[in-house]
Write a protein that binds this ligand. Structure first.
Ligand SMILES: *Cc1c(COP(=O)(O)O)cnc(C)c1O
Length: 378
């Protein structure tokens, strides 16, 4: 059996292990410590725009705290991009609120600004104004932020930006993760940089970030004994993980460069196969970190044929994320759509995209895929 080629695996640099060792040597093994403070500073500096950052145990935890800070409660409605990973929507349910799903547009595969407005108008007509809008930058591609923000501003609904897949991407030169009133990042093992598991909540509003740190450490009031006047959570990032994160920040730009070069490599390698389509950045001001290289598969060979063929050679690929409105768990949730995300899910495939892929790995993916199309011709 050939060696496994993963979809997206962790890729450590030079400093991560040194930082973890330092955490051990200084006995900062707790969910606080100098690496946590340092990682928050590194992220805030990287993002710019006067952002404040709380390092947390996961991106999901960050999204949960974002909804709590915005006052989302049982019975409320929250609009969410349908084409996303389930973690974008689950925190809505944690709060006892109802997700209202909105379809994607063709250019970026992210939330359609038109359908967003249709959804808002209809929810208001039905008696409930949505409490928040969760917009996602899927696979690192920026959503149509100007148009999304214009709709959100018109109806005065706060935008929470799910930038879990999009650290290093930008829109009009501004880093993703700085557009929402609150934004979230993920450092899960498969993301562009990882802390093994972790996330962050980001905002210009320093008071909110302070509050999120308070809620994330069990909401302990200032008292010598354990005193609580709020429900708390155990969502803080450990100092060991933050040490990994600080090392990863040193190589983030290189990771973006390599992921983008994977994408260009595939695009050139498959230029002669008409049935395989790539989705370009729709304008000069969309800059994707190309976290995952994705393709749409048209014609007789299906994306499932490709996936199974590559799997036989121990190469991992994955269909595009299955939209939330098609998920059994969200079957009852309202949905505003025009079939775009369903078609993308039918045709779309994520190719191996790690920043640690060797040229030989990429060649193997291309050779296997070309072989399948050769055989299909005969
Ligand atoms: C990974 C991911 C999350 C969740 O992040 P975790 O750190 O794994 O909890 C949320 N949204 C999207 C779009 C993601 O890809």
């Amino acid at each position: 059996m050939n060696e496994k080629i993963w979809l997206s695996s962790p890729h450590m640099g030079e400093s991560e292990f040194k930082n973890v060792k330092e955490a051990f040597e200084t006995n900062w093994i707790a969910p606080l410590g100098p690496h946590v403070d340092g990682f928050e500073r590194d992220l805030a500096t990287y993002l710019g725009e006067g952002m404040h950052v709380a390092a947390l145990s996961s991106g999901t935890a960050a999204l949960h705290l974002a909804l709590i800070i915005l006052g989302v409660q049982a019975g409320d409605e929250v609009i969410c991009q349908s084409m996303t990973f389930s973690a974008s929507a689950n925190p809505i349910a944690y709060q006892g609120a109802t997700p209202v799903f909105v379809d994607s547009e063709e250019e970026t595969w992210n939330m359609s600004p038109e359908l967003l407005e249709v959804a808002i108008q209809d929810r208001i007509a039905k008696g409930k104004k949505p409490k928040a809008i969760i917009v996602v930058h899927l696979y690192g591609m920026p959503a149509q932020m100007d148009r999304i923000m214009a709709v959100a501003d018109k109806y005065e609904i706060p935008v929470v930006e799910d930038a879990a897949e999009a650290l290093g991407s930008s829109y009009k030169g501004q880093k993703l993760g700085t557009f929402g009133v609150l934004s979230i990042l993920s450092f899960n093992g498969n993301k562009i940089i990882t802390t093994s598991g972790g996330g962050a909540l980001v905002s210009k509003n320093e008071e909110w970030i302070r509050k999120s740190r308070f809620l994330a450490t069990q909401a302990r009031d200032a008292a010598p004994h354990y005193q609580h006047s709020h429900i708390g959570y155990n969502y803080r990032m450990s100092n060991v993980c933050a040490g990994i994160g600080r090392g990863q920040m040193e190589v983030l730009d290189q990771r973006v460069e390599k992921r983008r070069s994977n994408y260009t490599f595939y695009k050139e390698a498959f230029a002669d196969i008409d049935a395989i389509k790539f989705v370009e950045e729709p304008g000069a001001y969309f800059y994707s970190n190309r976290w995952l290289s994705t393709v749409l598969v048209e014609g007789d060979v299906t994306r499932e044929d490709i996936r199974l063929h590559l799997e036989k050679d121990n190469i991992e690929t994955r269909p595009l994320w299955k939209p939330m409105h098609l998920q059994p768990v969200f079957a009852e949730a309202p949905f505003y759509g025009d079939g775009t995300s369903e078609r993308l899910f039918e045709q779309g495939l994520c190719l191996p995209s790690g920043s640690n892929l060797a040229d030989a790995d990429l060649d193997r993916v291309v050779a296997q895929l070309k072989q399948l199309y050769q055989e299909a011709k005969v």
